[in-house]
Design a protein around this ligand. Structure first.
Ligand SMILES: [Zn+2]
Length: 262
């Protein structure tokens, strides 16, 4: 038996991210397998159009799971602030309403219908073997699904950062495949409210909303970081400035403590 060589050493931040992202990697592998099996078993253009419901359901389930996993990974990497005033008010995962908002933004049924309609039309017109065409279609649909999963997991991380009053840091995978769009963003921070802006002159992707993915098949992620001290501004409570998410939680707590007399 031969022992495979160890992978090359990675920078600390990538090592730090590697274990939690395995959960996401498993979701990606299972989703890719299911989509490929569904699409490549079609035989005719009508078969291919008939996979729309299954493909939509598969990608929707993956996005819902990725939203929760993204929040979980974020919480694992940067646990909630320890503050005697702040009991455990941050929920474990985004609410169903948060996930619904994400799904509305993603518009998965429309995208899948367009992709598969287009592929079925090409299959009607092609003289090449159907198998090749279906395998290419499966790869295109998987590319879309992967981008969707990454969008959902980063939205989960952003949900958590906002709830905990943290900022966000952009991470590329720090390997030789990182593209020129994402490379300058590695390590940059932003607040969940403002999110990230791409460097001037970057060719933008219509799907970019200030969070990774910056482009289709982008593998970048965001992690929560404790905010750097911000310039002091006049405040009503003890002259201190707290990040907005945390302050909102403390206000909520105070309102709860106050007897309901008004
Ligand atoms: Zn990227």
């Amino acid at each position: 038996m031969t022992i495979p060589p160890l992978p090359p050493a990675r920078p600390p931040s990538a090592l730090h991210l590697r274990v939690p992202t395995r959960i996401l990697d498993r979701l990606e592998t299972a989703t890719e397998q299911h989509l490929t099996d569904t699409i490549t078993t079609a035989r005719t253009p009508a078969d291919l159009r008939n996979t729309t419901g299954t493909v939509t359901a598969t990608i929707t389930r993956a996005a819902q799971a990725a939203h929760r996993i993204g929040a979980l990974i974020a919480r694992t990497i940067t646990p909630p602030p320890r503050d005697p005033e702040l009991p455990n008010l941050i929920p474990d995962s985004p609410s169903p309403a948060d996930t619904l908002r994400l799904l509305q933004d993603l518009a998965i049924p429309d995208a899948v219908t367009r992709l598969l309609d287009d592929a079925a039309t090409r299959l009607e017109q092609t003289t090449a073997p159907a198998r090749e065409h279906l395998e290419r279609t499966a790869r295109r649909v998987w590319g879309y699904a992967l981008t969707t999963i990454h969008t959902a997991s980063n939205r989960g991380a952003t949900w958590y950062a906002r709830a905990a009053g943290y900022d966000l840091r952009w991470h590329t995978r720090e390997d030789e495949r990182v593209c020129p769009v994402c490379s300058p963003l590695n390590g940059r921070t932003a607040t969940p409210a403002t999110a990230f802006t791409l460097p001037a002159g970057t060719r933008t992707w219509p799907g970019f909303t200030g969070l990774p993915p910056a482009h289709p098949r982008c593998r970048c992620s965001v992690t929560p970081v404790r905010p750097a001290p911000r310039p002091r501004t006049p405040s009503t409570t003890h002259g201190t400035t707290r990040p907005p998410g945390r302050r909102a939680l403390l206000d909520l707590l105070r309102r709860r403590r106050r007897p309901a007399t008004a």
